[in-house]
Ligand binder design. Structure first.
Ligand SMILES: [Zn+2]
Length: 222
């Protein structure tokens, strides 16, 4: 059973999609700025669902405010115009190739991606430096293309770091590196793992929040 309707809660123009399914609890999810998804038990009546949605008004508003501030943050970057390193523009993309501005979007993205790949040696050098200094065992470090992850560490001791990491401020690059290095000792995210991370990044909790601001980067087209 699928219901679509607008509820007159003051969530302005957001459409609230209500899906009734075999479940025991109500679930709320903001799908986008325009759409909220509510999953409800089949037998729960609409008045109760509406009450529930109304009671979450503040939660919605906070979430939306947060989404807006993240969007605003992302708007400070012009990836078609500049190449960034450590959070700052370092050169114009038109310097990447003769006739760059006449390239198709696809070709531009390819050239931009190649440029960031060529800058990956910074990340590689830091990984090797920290591994040696702090006694972590890493067999290989390679750049990866991922739309959801900044890094990974395999049981065969291969570290992968997203090639876009070079765009991040230095403290966040270090956080990603130490996070993955610590996976060489703990292949999980249990408290002991975070204790290990804390040794190298005492403010890791702040960094974990800060890196969320950059998560839009994982989805950029290049
Ligand atoms: Zn991890």
């Amino acid at each position: 059973m699928l219901h679509f309707f607008l509820v007159s809660v003051k969530i302005l123009t957001m459409e609230i999609k209500i899906v009734k399914e075999r479940r025991k609890t109500l679930l709320l999810k903001i799908v986008s700025r325009e759409e909220i998804l509510v999953k409800a038990p089949i037998r729960l009546n609409d008045a109760k669902i509406n009450n529930f949605i109304s009671s979450k008004k503040k939660w919605f508003e906070d979430k939306i405010k947060k989404m807006e501030s993240l969007e605003e943050f992302a708007n400070h970057f012009y990836f078609d115009k500049y190449i960034y390193e450590f959070g700052e523009p370092i050169m114009e993309t038109k310097e990447l190739a003769i006739g760059f501005s006449s390239f198709s979007a696809r070709k531009k993205n390819k050239v931009i991606r190649e440029q960031y790949f060529s800058m990956f040696s910074y990340v590689k050098d830091r990984v090797n430096e920290y591994a040696e200094k702090y006694g972590f065992k890493v067999k290989e470090v390679n750049p990866c293309v991922s739309t959801c992850k900044w890094g990974s560490f395999s049981s065969s001791k291969e570290m992968k770091i997203n090639f876009k990491a070079i765009i991040l401020p230095k403290d966040l690059i270090d956080y990603i590196i130490f996070h993955e290095l610590c996976h060489s000792k703990h292949m999980n995210h249990k408290p002991q793992f975070w204790k290990e991370v804390e040794k190298y990044c005492p403010n890791y909790k702040v960094l974990r929040q800060k890196i969320k601001e950059f998560s839009f980067l994982l989805k950029t087209p290049f």
